[in-house]
Design a protein around this ligand. Structure first.
Ligand SMILES: NC(=O)c1ccc[n+]([C@@H]2O[C@H](COP(=O)([O-])OP(=O)(O)OC[C@H]3O[C@@H](n4cnc5c(N)ncnc54)[C@H](OP(=O)(O)O)[C@@H]3O)[C@@H](O)[C@H]2O)c1
Length: 268
Protein backbone atom coordinates (compact mmCIF):
# COMPACT_ATOMS: atom_id res chain seq x y z
CA UNK A 1 0.00 0.00 0.00
CA UNK A 2 1.39 3.46 -0.81
CA UNK A 3 2.50 5.64 2.08
CA UNK A 4 -0.06 8.25 1.11
CA UNK A 5 -2.94 5.78 1.21
CA UNK A 6 -1.70 4.17 4.42
CA UNK A 7 -0.81 7.29 6.39
CA UNK A 8 -2.55 10.23 4.68
CA UNK A 9 -1.19 13.30 2.95
CA UNK A 10 0.87 15.01 5.63
CA UNK A 11 3.94 13.97 7.63
CA UNK A 12 5.75 15.96 10.29
CA UNK A 13 9.50 15.65 10.81
CA UNK A 14 10.76 17.13 14.09
CA UNK A 15 14.47 17.90 13.74
CA UNK A 16 14.39 18.16 9.96
CA UNK A 17 16.97 20.72 8.96
CA UNK A 18 19.94 18.41 8.34
CA UNK A 19 21.30 14.87 8.52
CA UNK A 20 18.79 12.11 9.21
CA UNK A 21 15.92 14.57 9.54
CA UNK A 22 16.55 16.03 6.09
CA UNK A 23 16.92 12.48 4.69
CA UNK A 24 13.52 11.53 6.17
CA UNK A 25 12.05 14.64 4.58
CA UNK A 26 13.51 13.82 1.16
CA UNK A 27 12.38 10.18 1.24
CA UNK A 28 8.84 11.06 2.37
CA UNK A 29 8.62 13.81 -0.26
CA UNK A 30 9.67 11.29 -2.92
CA UNK A 31 6.74 9.13 -1.76
CA UNK A 32 4.41 12.07 -2.38
CA UNK A 33 3.75 13.17 1.20
CA UNK A 34 3.36 16.83 2.12
CA UNK A 35 5.69 17.89 4.90
CA UNK A 36 5.74 19.91 8.09
CA UNK A 37 9.41 20.53 8.87
CA UNK A 38 10.47 21.58 12.37
CA UNK A 39 13.86 22.77 13.65
CA UNK A 40 15.55 25.90 14.99
CA UNK A 41 17.45 27.13 11.92
CA UNK A 42 14.89 28.94 9.76
CA UNK A 43 17.10 29.39 6.69
CA UNK A 44 18.08 25.73 6.45
CA UNK A 45 14.46 24.66 6.93
CA UNK A 46 13.22 27.11 4.32
CA UNK A 47 15.75 26.08 1.70
CA UNK A 48 15.03 22.37 2.32
CA UNK A 49 11.29 23.00 2.09
CA UNK A 50 11.43 25.00 -1.13
CA UNK A 51 13.86 22.51 -2.72
CA UNK A 52 11.57 19.58 -1.91
CA UNK A 53 8.36 21.31 -3.00
CA UNK A 54 9.90 22.11 -6.39
CA UNK A 55 11.51 18.71 -6.89
CA UNK A 56 8.55 16.55 -5.81
CA UNK A 57 5.60 18.94 -6.26
CA UNK A 58 4.50 18.63 -2.66
CA UNK A 59 3.23 21.16 -0.13
CA UNK A 60 5.47 22.10 2.78
CA UNK A 61 5.18 24.09 5.97
CA UNK A 62 8.08 25.08 8.18
CA UNK A 63 7.90 25.65 11.92
CA UNK A 64 10.86 27.25 13.64
CA UNK A 65 10.75 25.85 17.14
CA UNK A 66 13.21 24.88 19.86
CA UNK A 67 12.13 21.37 20.80
CA UNK A 68 13.73 21.65 24.23
CA UNK A 69 11.20 24.33 25.23
CA UNK A 70 8.61 23.11 27.75
CA UNK A 71 5.73 24.19 25.49
CA UNK A 72 7.31 23.07 22.18
CA UNK A 73 4.72 20.38 21.48
CA UNK A 74 1.78 22.72 22.11
CA UNK A 75 3.33 25.40 19.88
CA UNK A 76 3.73 22.91 17.04
CA UNK A 77 0.23 21.49 17.39
CA UNK A 78 -1.21 25.02 17.40
CA UNK A 79 0.39 25.51 13.96
CA UNK A 80 -0.97 22.34 12.36
CA UNK A 81 -4.61 22.23 13.46
CA UNK A 82 -5.76 22.47 9.83
CA UNK A 83 -3.58 19.56 8.63
CA UNK A 84 -4.34 15.85 8.58
CA UNK A 85 -1.06 14.58 10.04
CA UNK A 86 -0.66 10.86 9.34
CA UNK A 87 3.00 10.37 10.16
CA UNK A 88 5.19 11.74 12.95
CA UNK A 89 8.95 11.32 12.79
CA UNK A 90 10.74 12.55 15.91
CA UNK A 91 14.39 12.84 14.93
CA UNK A 92 15.70 15.74 16.98
CA UNK A 93 18.11 15.08 19.80
CA UNK A 94 20.44 16.71 22.28
CA UNK A 95 23.48 14.81 23.40
CA UNK A 96 25.79 16.07 26.15
CA UNK A 97 29.02 14.14 25.79
CA UNK A 98 31.60 13.91 28.58
CA UNK A 99 32.05 13.01 32.23
CA UNK A 100 28.64 13.34 33.96
CA UNK A 101 29.62 16.05 36.43
CA UNK A 102 31.55 18.06 33.86
CA UNK A 103 28.31 18.78 32.00
CA UNK A 104 25.93 21.31 33.49
CA UNK A 105 22.69 20.21 35.10
CA UNK A 106 20.95 22.28 32.41
CA UNK A 107 22.59 20.13 29.72
CA UNK A 108 21.29 16.95 31.35
CA UNK A 109 17.81 18.42 31.68
CA UNK A 110 17.94 19.63 28.07
CA UNK A 111 18.56 16.02 27.01
CA UNK A 112 15.47 14.94 28.91
CA UNK A 113 13.39 17.75 27.41
CA UNK A 114 14.51 17.35 23.79
CA UNK A 115 14.77 13.55 23.72
CA UNK A 116 11.95 12.39 26.00
CA UNK A 117 9.58 15.09 27.27
CA UNK A 118 8.76 16.74 23.90
CA UNK A 119 8.37 13.53 21.87
CA UNK A 120 6.08 12.10 24.57
CA UNK A 121 3.93 15.24 24.51
CA UNK A 122 3.85 15.41 20.70
CA UNK A 123 2.76 11.78 20.51
CA UNK A 124 0.10 12.41 23.16
CA UNK A 125 -1.29 15.39 21.24
CA UNK A 126 -1.02 14.04 17.68
CA UNK A 127 -1.92 10.38 18.20
CA UNK A 128 -5.43 11.23 19.36
CA UNK A 129 -6.26 12.33 15.81
CA UNK A 130 -4.55 9.25 14.33
CA UNK A 131 -6.45 6.84 16.56
CA UNK A 132 -9.74 8.58 15.79
CA UNK A 133 -9.06 8.02 12.06
CA UNK A 134 -7.60 4.54 12.65
CA UNK A 135 -4.63 5.56 10.52
CA UNK A 136 -1.18 6.78 11.42
CA UNK A 137 2.51 6.13 11.92
CA UNK A 138 5.01 7.26 14.54
CA UNK A 139 8.79 6.85 14.37
CA UNK A 140 11.11 7.53 17.30
CA UNK A 141 14.88 7.59 17.02
CA UNK A 142 17.02 5.69 19.50
CA UNK A 143 20.56 4.43 19.63
CA UNK A 144 22.54 1.24 20.20
CA UNK A 145 23.96 3.08 23.22
CA UNK A 146 20.52 2.68 24.83
CA UNK A 147 20.68 -1.12 25.11
CA UNK A 148 22.82 -0.76 28.25
CA UNK A 149 24.18 2.03 30.42
CA UNK A 150 26.72 4.02 28.38
CA UNK A 151 29.37 5.98 30.26
CA UNK A 152 30.04 9.60 29.26
CA UNK A 153 26.66 9.76 27.53
CA UNK A 154 24.65 8.35 30.45
CA UNK A 155 21.72 10.75 30.29
CA UNK A 156 21.56 10.64 26.48
CA UNK A 157 21.48 6.83 26.46
CA UNK A 158 18.90 6.81 29.29
CA UNK A 159 16.60 9.08 27.25
CA UNK A 160 17.10 6.83 24.24
CA UNK A 161 16.19 3.77 26.34
CA UNK A 162 13.00 5.65 27.27
CA UNK A 163 12.23 5.98 23.55
CA UNK A 164 12.70 2.25 22.93
CA UNK A 165 10.43 1.18 25.76
CA UNK A 166 7.82 3.85 25.04
CA UNK A 167 7.62 2.91 21.35
CA UNK A 168 7.42 -0.81 22.06
CA UNK A 169 4.57 -0.32 24.51
CA UNK A 170 2.64 1.92 22.13
CA UNK A 171 3.27 -0.47 19.23
CA UNK A 172 1.51 -3.21 21.16
CA UNK A 173 -1.24 -0.88 22.40
CA UNK A 174 -2.12 0.57 19.00
CA UNK A 175 -1.13 -2.07 16.44
CA UNK A 176 -4.72 -3.33 16.07
CA UNK A 177 -6.05 0.22 15.86
CA UNK A 178 -4.34 1.27 12.63
CA UNK A 179 -1.49 3.24 14.19
CA UNK A 180 2.02 1.89 13.54
CA UNK A 181 4.74 2.77 16.04
CA UNK A 182 8.40 2.04 15.39
CA UNK A 183 11.65 2.86 17.13
CA UNK A 184 14.85 2.99 15.13
CA UNK A 185 17.77 1.77 17.22
CA UNK A 186 20.56 3.28 15.21
CA UNK A 187 24.29 2.76 15.14
CA UNK A 188 26.61 5.51 13.94
CA UNK A 189 25.29 7.55 11.01
CA UNK A 190 27.27 10.13 9.04
CA UNK A 191 25.24 13.21 9.99
CA UNK A 192 26.67 16.67 10.67
CA UNK A 193 26.04 16.13 14.41
CA UNK A 194 27.84 12.80 14.44
CA UNK A 195 30.79 14.13 12.45
CA UNK A 196 31.06 17.16 14.77
CA UNK A 197 31.05 14.94 17.87
CA UNK A 198 33.76 12.58 16.59
CA UNK A 199 37.11 13.62 18.07
CA UNK A 200 38.95 11.64 15.41
CA UNK A 201 37.78 9.23 12.70
CA UNK A 202 38.18 5.74 14.15
CA UNK A 203 39.12 2.85 11.89
CA UNK A 204 36.76 0.16 13.19
CA UNK A 205 33.79 2.28 14.16
CA UNK A 206 34.32 4.50 11.13
CA UNK A 207 33.68 1.49 8.93
CA UNK A 208 30.37 0.84 10.65
CA UNK A 209 28.88 4.26 10.01
CA UNK A 210 25.90 4.39 7.68
CA UNK A 211 24.55 7.04 5.34
CA UNK A 212 21.37 8.80 6.53
CA UNK A 213 19.58 7.70 3.33
CA UNK A 214 20.29 3.98 4.02
CA UNK A 215 18.97 4.31 7.58
CA UNK A 216 15.82 6.11 6.49
CA UNK A 217 15.00 3.51 3.84
CA UNK A 218 15.36 0.64 6.33
CA UNK A 219 13.21 2.48 8.88
CA UNK A 220 10.38 3.32 6.51
CA UNK A 221 10.45 -0.22 5.16
CA UNK A 222 10.09 -1.62 8.72
CA UNK A 223 7.25 0.71 9.73
CA UNK A 224 4.05 -1.26 10.23
CA UNK A 225 5.87 -4.60 10.34
CA UNK A 226 7.65 -4.61 13.70
CA UNK A 227 8.14 -2.53 16.88
CA UNK A 228 11.82 -1.78 16.39
CA UNK A 229 14.49 -1.85 13.73
CA UNK A 230 18.28 -1.82 13.90
CA UNK A 231 19.44 -0.54 10.51
CA UNK A 232 22.53 -2.21 9.02
CA UNK A 233 23.68 -5.82 9.22
CA UNK A 234 26.86 -4.98 11.10
CA UNK A 235 24.85 -3.07 13.71
CA UNK A 236 22.43 -5.98 14.11
CA UNK A 237 25.36 -8.32 14.63
CA UNK A 238 27.05 -5.98 17.13
CA UNK A 239 23.81 -5.61 19.05
CA UNK A 240 23.33 -9.39 19.12
CA UNK A 241 26.79 -9.85 20.61
CA UNK A 242 26.32 -7.06 23.16
CA UNK A 243 22.88 -8.22 24.29
CA UNK A 244 23.03 -11.99 24.01
CA UNK A 245 26.66 -13.12 24.16
CA UNK A 246 28.10 -10.69 26.71
CA UNK A 247 26.77 -10.36 30.23
CA UNK A 248 25.07 -7.01 30.90
CA UNK A 249 27.99 -6.04 33.14
CA UNK A 250 30.51 -6.90 30.40
CA UNK A 251 28.47 -4.96 27.82
CA UNK A 252 28.42 -1.85 30.06
CA UNK A 253 32.18 -2.13 30.61
CA UNK A 254 32.86 -2.66 26.91
CA UNK A 255 30.82 0.44 25.98
CA UNK A 256 32.60 2.34 28.74
CA UNK A 257 36.01 1.45 27.29
CA UNK A 258 34.99 2.46 23.76
CA UNK A 259 33.43 5.75 24.86
CA UNK A 260 36.26 6.59 27.29
CA UNK A 261 38.75 6.11 24.45
CA UNK A 262 36.64 8.27 22.16
CA UNK A 263 35.55 11.07 24.43
CA UNK A 264 37.90 11.15 27.43
CA UNK A 265 41.05 10.09 25.64
CA UNK A 266 42.50 7.68 28.23
CA UNK A 267 41.99 3.92 28.23
CA UNK A 268 41.69 3.39 31.99
N1 LIG B 1 24.12 10.24 13.97
C1 LIG B 1 24.34 9.13 14.66
O1 LIG B 1 25.41 8.54 14.64
C2 LIG B 1 23.22 8.56 15.52
C3 LIG B 1 23.45 7.35 16.20
C4 LIG B 1 22.42 6.82 16.98
C5 LIG B 1 21.22 7.47 17.06
N2 LIG B 1 21.00 8.63 16.38
C6 LIG B 1 19.73 9.33 16.54
O2 LIG B 1 19.31 9.84 15.29
C7 LIG B 1 18.67 11.10 15.45
C8 LIG B 1 19.38 12.15 14.59
O3 LIG B 1 20.67 12.32 15.11
P1 LIG B 1 21.79 13.34 14.75
O4 LIG B 1 22.34 13.81 16.01
O5 LIG B 1 22.72 12.67 13.85
O6 LIG B 1 21.10 14.57 14.18
P2 LIG B 1 20.82 15.11 12.71
O7 LIG B 1 20.01 14.16 11.94
O8 LIG B 1 22.12 15.57 12.13
O9 LIG B 1 19.98 16.43 13.04
C9 LIG B 1 19.34 16.77 14.21
C10 LIG B 1 18.20 17.67 13.80
O10 LIG B 1 17.49 18.05 14.95
C11 LIG B 1 17.39 19.45 15.01
N3 LIG B 1 17.43 19.83 16.39
C12 LIG B 1 18.38 19.54 17.31
N4 LIG B 1 18.06 20.10 18.50
C13 LIG B 1 16.89 20.76 18.31
C14 LIG B 1 16.07 21.53 19.15
N5 LIG B 1 16.37 21.76 20.43
N6 LIG B 1 14.95 22.07 18.64
C15 LIG B 1 14.63 21.87 17.34
N7 LIG B 1 15.35 21.12 16.49
C16 LIG B 1 16.48 20.58 16.98
C17 LIG B 1 18.56 20.00 14.20
O11 LIG B 1 18.22 21.21 13.59
P3 LIG B 1 18.52 22.68 14.17
O12 LIG B 1 19.92 22.65 14.69
O13 LIG B 1 18.32 23.53 12.97
O14 LIG B 1 17.50 22.93 15.22
C18 LIG B 1 18.68 18.94 13.11
O15 LIG B 1 17.81 19.21 12.05
C19 LIG B 1 18.75 11.42 16.94
O16 LIG B 1 17.53 11.13 17.56
C20 LIG B 1 19.86 10.52 17.47
O17 LIG B 1 19.69 10.18 18.81
C21 LIG B 1 21.99 9.20 15.63
Amino acid sequence: MSFQIKYGKWAIVAGASQGLGAAYAEELASLGLNLVLVARRAELLQSLASGLSTKYEIETKTIVQDLSAPDAAEQIVRNITDLDIGLLIYNSTFSAIGPFLERSLDDHLNEIHTNAFTPLKLIYLIAQQMLARKRGGIVLMSSLSAFQGSAYISTYSATKAFNIVLAEGLWEEWREQGVDVLVCVSGAVRTPNYIASEPEPTGGLGDMTMNPEQVVREVLNALGKQPYVIPGRVNRLASFVMRHLLSRKAAIQFMGRVLRGKYVGSHR
